[in-house]
Design a protein around this ligand. Structure first.
Ligand SMILES: [Zn+2]
Length: 143
């Protein structure tokens, strides 16, 4: 998924963008690994989400999140929903930032990510075990 995105580094290389600076933090080149892992905003988001779910999420592009986390006993579906929601929400907010000059805060992103996770996982509530329901309830209450 990452490599399909038109990051500013790509657009700059193609001569479409004047610079390759990250839209969110303004520090560093906007590659997909910067955007999702190294950017100070996203790394804050990832650590806040990790605190909420009680697992640390490796904030490194080289780590396979799914494989890394499935060994922790957390349900794969929820974990995948969290990861997908992180990527989706960060990219969506980055686009808003670029086109509408909206301010992004890690707290706001976390809120949006959790909403997304809840919507996605509740689509198939019959697949959820007790532990999953507890986790979702916890996320819902803290949001
Ligand atoms: Zn950044």
């Amino acid at each position: 998924m990452h490599n399909a995105l038109n990051t500013k580094v790509k657009l700059h290389r193609l001569g479409i963008s004047d610079d390759d600076t990250c839209e969110i933090c303004g520090n560093g080149s906007e590659t997909s690994s910067h955007l999702f892992f190294e950017c100070e905003c996203s790394s804050k988001v990832i650590s806040l989400i990790g605190d909420l779910i009680g697992e640390s999420i490796p904030s490194d592009a080289s780590i396979d999140w799914r494989r890394g986390l499935s060994g922790h006993g957390m349900r794969k579906d929820i974990m995948n929903a969290i990861i997908n929601a992180c990527l989706y929400t960060i990219w969506k907010q980055r686009n808003l930032c670029k086109h509408e000059l909206t301010l992004i805060t890690p707290q706001k992103l976390v809120k949006l990510i959790i909403e997304e996770v809840i919507v996605r996982t509740l689509r198939f509530p019959e697949n959820l075990g007790m532990r999953d329901r507890d986790l979702l309830k916890r996320l819902q209450n803290r949001n």
